[in-house]
Design a protein around this ligand. Structure first.
Ligand code: UD1
Length: 338
């Protein structure tokens, strides 16, 4: 069974390729290296014993993408990660985000259609729920207007996939709405590689712990939460990667043409910024200097997943203890600073 993974050298993509190869799938990675390193290919080989096929290609380039499909014979399914993901950057450079994320989605669906590939797993985000009125958030919770062009591209891509399935009834898709992915592979061979100053919490924490940043700014301690800092559902990237394999197997094994299913992929537990910070220091025996500063614009107060559907329908559950997740992040940071 051959799976084409767009963005397969990126953070979540590379962990998913590892899990796919561990489960015996043949993988073709399509990645334009805009936010990833080619060395990840060798690292995937070091972990799994097998080097995946690789095409340096931009998914927005429809003809080049079609060539990738044709070169590798019948592609049974696609997992689509390739997209820009920085919320702030998307506000400053919105057209780039629409062009890349929405344009890439359309290009991919066109090629899938002409090449006869019918199954798609899409990398979506809990950002589509905005600040939910009721917690935990289920897949049936109302979608809110996106706070950023980035969030909007996720909602738009979901709509485009739904419409494509209506038009081409042999298609099927799983939309995985990730909560906050964190951590690194236990081997410390692959992990998150943020360029420049990290926007996301955990890379900032690990870079502060290793001495690369002076202190962490905690954005707000006056929210309506037990300790005043924001709450998120932090999901271990390896557990998240495994959810893709479950989604894929279900789509391929159960004839589901014309189906579009949505799953929340989280742990079901809300953790605050201050909690994760303290847990990180305790788990790793390191100090992370921090100060409380004002709220970050666009941040939502709290969100965590209702995971009933993903647990029952996909048979997937987040399994890794939080302490191990935080240790994996620290091991990775120390390794890359060598
Ligand atoms: C956001 C998006 C999410 C997207 C992700 C990718 C929303 C609601 N969420 O996640 O969809 O996939 O970015 O980049 O749009 N924090 C600090 N100090 C820091 C960094 C973060 O206190 O230096 C706090 C934030 O205020 C937040 C929490 O840590 O409360 C998590 O922040 P972050 O890792 O950036 O993720 P989200 O904003 O939840």
């Amino acid at each position: 069974m051959k799976i084409l993974v767009t963005g397969g050298l990126g953070y979540i993509g590379s962990h998913t390729v590892v899990e796919l190869q561990n489960e015996g799938f043949d993988v073709v990675i399509v990645d334009n290296l805009s936010n990833s390193e080619i060395s990840v290919l060798d690292r995937i080989e070091a972990i799994t014993g097998k080097k995946p096929a690789f095409e340096n290609c931009d998914v927005c380039n429809t003809e080049a993408l079609r060539n990738c499909f044709e070169t590798h014979g019948k592609i049974d399914a696609v997992i689509h990660f390739a997209a820009y993901k920085a919320v702030g950057e998307s506000v400053e450079n919105s057209l780039n985000y629409y062009k890349n994320n929405v344009g890439g989605m359309i290009s991919l669906l066109e090629v899938m259609k002409t090449c006869g590939t019918e199954h798609l797993v899409f990398s979506s985000s809990c950002t589509v729920y905005g600040q939910p009125d009721v917690l935990p958030v289920t897949e049936l919770s109302p979608l809110k207007k996106a706070e950023s062009p980035y969030g909007n591209t996720k909602a738009m891509c979901e709509d485009i996939i739904r419409d494509a399935i209506i038009s081409y009834k042999s298609f099927s898709a799983n939309l995985l709405r990730y909560f906050n992915p964190i951590g690194a592979h236990p081997s410390a061979l692959i992990g998150e590689l943020p360029k420049g100053i990290p926007n996301n919490l955990l890379p900032f924490v690990t870079q502060t712990a290793v001495g690369l940043r002076k202190e962490l700014s905690v954005f707000g301690d006056d929210y309506n939460t037990p300790d005043g800092s924001c709450i998120r559902d932090y999901i271990y990237v390896v557990d998240l990667a495994k959810a893709h394999v479950c989604a894929l197997k279900r789509m391929i094994n159960i004839a589901q043409n014309g189906n579009c299913e949505v799953f929340n992929v989280g742990t079901g537990n809300g953790v605050s910024v201050l909690e994760i910070l303290n847990e990180f220091m305790k788990a790793n025996g390191v100090n992370v200097p921090y100060k409380i500063v004002g709220r970050r614009s666009g941040d939502i107060e709290k969100v965590w997943a209702d995971t009933t559907k993903v647990n029952e329908v996909l048979g997937w559950k987040a399994q890794t203890p939080f302490i191990e997740v935080l240790q994996s992040a620290w091991r990775w940071e120390k390794k890359i600073r060598g």
